[in-house]
Design a protein around this ligand. Sequence first.
Ligand code: NI
Length: 158
Amino acid sequence: MKELIQEYTLGYEMLRKAIEGLNEDEFRYKPAADKWSIHQILIHVTDAEILATSRLKKVLAEKEPILISFDQNAWTNNLEYDLLDREQYLLLFKLLRSSMQTILDNLTNEQCERVGVYVDQERFTFKQLMEFRVQHVRGHLAQIERVKKAYQKNQVTH
Ligand code: NI
């Protein structure tokens, strides 16, 4: 659990490092019409974190609460992600993660095993939900690297 919390805490810095030195063209570049730009990925990561943070807190505070997920494509398509302020969202991500820090520092073994239930009846412990947070950022960091490579390749061939 300790390593999990450490990586969760580093999430913001890892995202920051991944986008260091990118220009606006690179932020807005889409590898294909149906693929996300790095700008959109960053807004998505924060929107996902808003919901995930509330799920983490529900599981710690309530008895086997119902957990709700979100339709990520509907959010990206219908919430004008291209117009949203990326820096504001990154700051929000940073604050969401850091707002959990004191709770995580004082976590007991019993709390790690507390359970939340999705509407499809799938049950997850707090520890598993924390693993999803770490994996979510890891997955999108890999995606950001793929988009950066695709952009570079596109520059060479044009
Ligand atoms: Ni995602």
